[in-house]
Design a protein around this ligand. Structure first.
Ligand SMILES: N[C@@H](CCC(=O)N[C@@H](CS)C(=O)NCC(=O)O)C(=O)O
Length: 201
């Protein structure tokens, strides 16, 4: 049995899976490749032919897609982070797909143009449209969290996956005071010590 390998630097979407690995207290090898040339070498393309980070190799099981990795690791380890039963499993999958399809693209549109990242030219029209696009999913999540502390009642992979995408909100300094339940929940999730440990990796 070989040690879990987790590929990708923390200043990337790999933070999502590093956060999960730290929450679970896993013993893993962190292979710190970046998202530029290092993720385009033949050796790494044999791990993730998409040339993107993160990816894992868990004793021969190669997986890519950050949130799929997290669902796998949580379910493999079991315990309270994992979904309990089919209903929770379905809901964890639902929220993970929801955040990727409803929220990630507009958030990325803003993030890439934010002065802190500046990977794309500023474009006010595009970023305003992206902010407006986020209103619909944010209203859904805010209403869902109105009477709940966490998505499945306790902190699970569902929260980690959604928060690991929405934590870009803090990088882009977006005012989310119109969604107070998201603000409260996101602060609770991102204050977890395991995230701070992952960010230091
Ligand atoms: N949907 C993928 C996206 C991974 C992704 O695009 N990662 C970026 C770094 S944040 C990357 O590797 N980019 C390299 C490239 O696009 O060539 C996931 O969530 O794992």
């Amino acid at each position: 049995m070989s040690k879990l390998k987790l590929y990708g630097i923390s200043g990337s979407r790999a933070i999502r899976s590093l956060w999960m690995a730290e929450e679970l207290g896993l013993d893993y090898e962190h292979v710190k490749i970046n998202f530029a040339e290092e993720s385009k070498t033949p050796d790494y393309l044999a791990v993730n032919p998409n040339g993107r980070i993160p990816a894992i190799n868990d004793d021969g099981l190669i997986l890519w897609e950050s949130l799929a990795i997290n669902l796998y690791l949580a379910k493999k380890e079991g315990g309270n982070l994992a979904p309990h039963g089919l209903d929770e499993d379905a809901l964890a999958t639902q929220w993970s797909m929801w955040v990727l399809t409803e929220c990630e693209k507009p958030l990325l549109t803003i993030l890439l143009r934010h002065p802190a990242v500046a990977m794309e030219e500023p474009n006010e029209a595009l970023t305003t449209a992206a902010r407006e696009e986020l209103d619909r999913p944010f209203k859904v999540l805010d209403a869902f969290l109105e009477k709940r502390e966490f998505l499945l009642g306790r902190f699970t992979v569902a929260d980690l996956n959604v928060a690991s995408v929405l934590m870009w909100l803090d990088m882009i300094e977006m005012d989310i005071s119109a969604y107070p339940n998201i603000r409260r929940w996101l602060t609770t999730c991102t204050s977890r010590p395991a995230l701070a440990t992952a960010q230091d990796k």
